[in-house]
Design a protein around this ligand. Sequence first.
Ligand SMILES: [Zn+2]
Ligand SMILES: [Zn+2]
Length: 219
Amino acid sequence: MIKYCPICNRSSDKFRFVGEFCEVCVADKMKKNIPDRIEIERCKSCGRIRAKEGYIQLDNGTLREAVKRSLGTKCEVKIVKQKEKSAVVNFHCEADYGYADFDKEIMLNFKKIMCIDCYRKTSGYYEALVQLRGVQQKADKAMSKITRYVEKNGAFISRIDETEHGIDIYISDKEMMNHFFQLYKMKPKRSFTLHGVKNGRRIYRNVYLLRFDKELTAD
Ligand SMILES: [Zn+2]
Ligand SMILES: [Zn+2]
C-alpha cells in the first residue's frame, strides 16, 4: 500500500519513509534542531584549533571532531566541503523507525586566541640549546632531523643561529630532546645553564653540544 506523507504529500513509491513521514520531512525536522553556527577556538598565530587533547592542526578529520563535539550530536558526521568560514556537513542520524541522511551548512565562528606554544614562541621561550659543530654537511643533516622531530612531537624551535662556528638551535622542550638523542643514539656533550628560580626550585636549561668529525657519522 502506498503511503502519503502527512506533511508534504510525497508518496512512498517515490520516497523512502521513516515511520509515517517521508525521509525529506524527517531530515528537514532534524536539520532545524541542529545549530546553524558553532564556535571554534583557533590560534591566530599558528592556526591550530583547541581540542580535548590540546592544540591540533585544522583538517578534515579534526574539523569533523570539533563539529561533532560542539553540536553535541549523536549523528554520524562527515565534512563534505570545508570553506573558509563554514562547512557543509553530512549527517547520518538514527531515528525511531529508520534513519535520515542530509547535508547542512554550518557557519564556523573562529574565535581568535593565542595558544600556549605561540605565546612562548613570541616571548623567545626555550629549554634546550643544541649546538651543532664540525662537518657542515653532517650538522645540516642533524638540523633537519631535529627540526622534523620537534615539529612531529608538538614542540617548537624558537630560534636558529647559523654562525661560522656552527648551528645553534633553541628548542622549547628539553625532555623531548633527551628522547631524541636516545632514539638516534647520539651522545652530545651535556651542560646546564641556570635559567632562573621558580617556586624555590632552580630551573636549568640544557645545552647539548654535538661535534661531527669526518670519520664519524651523524646517524
Ligand atoms: Zn514529507
Ligand atoms: Zn599557536
